[in-house]
Design a protein. Structure first.
Length: 136
C-alpha cells in the first residue's frame, strides 16, 4: 500500500463520483421501493413504471455495494493521501472516523435492503421474476 500520495488517483475519483451519483439516485427515487413493497403486501397490481423503478432500486443498490468493495480494494492497493501535516490530530482522527463510518453505511444500507432477497420475501422475489403472488 502506498500512503505517501499527494492526491487520489483517477480511478479513485471516478469510483467516488459513480457511487455518489448512484446514492443520489437511491435517495431521489427510493420511495418507489416503498410503493413496490406496499403494493405487494396488499396484493395489488403495480404499474409497469412502479415495477421498473422497484427493480432499478434493487439493481442500483447492488451496483453501489459492488463499487464500494472495488473502491475499498483500490484503496488497499493504491492507498490514500496522507493528511496534511498542519491538520490538528483531533481533526485527522475525526476525518478517519467519519470516513470509516461512511464506508460502513455504504455497505450496511445495500446489505439491509438485500435481506428480503436472502430470506425469500414474496415481494422481493417478484423483482427477479419469481413471483409468489398471482397479481405479479
Amino acid at each position: 500500500m502506498n500512503s505517501r500520495k499527494s492526491g487520489y488517483s483517477g480511478l479513485q475519483i471516478s469510483l467516488h463520483w459513480m457511487i455518489a451519483a448512484l446514492v443520489l439516485y437511491q435517495l431521489l427515487f427510493g420511495e418507489n421501493m416503498t410503493i413496490y413493497v406496499d403494493a405487494a403486501a396488499d396484493r395489488r397490481q403495480l404499474s409497469s413504471y412502479g415495477q421498473t423503478m422497484g427493480s432499478a432500486h434493487y439493481w442500483v443498490g447492488l451496483a453501489i455495494l459492488l463499487l464500494v468493495f472495488v473502491r475499498l480494494a483500490v484503496r488497499l492497493f493504491i492507498g490514500a493521501p496522507k493528511p496534511q501535516s498542519t491538520m490538528p490530530k483531533w481533526m485527522a482522527f475525526a476525518s478517519r472516523t467519519t470516513h470509516a463510518l461512511f464506508y460502513g453505511l455504504l455497505v450496511a444500507a445495500p446489505v439491509s435492503g438485500l435481506r428480503p432477497f436472502m430470506f425469500g420475501a414474496g415481494w422481493a422475489m417478484s423483482i427477479l421474476g419469481q413471483s409468489r403472488y398471482s397479481s405479479f
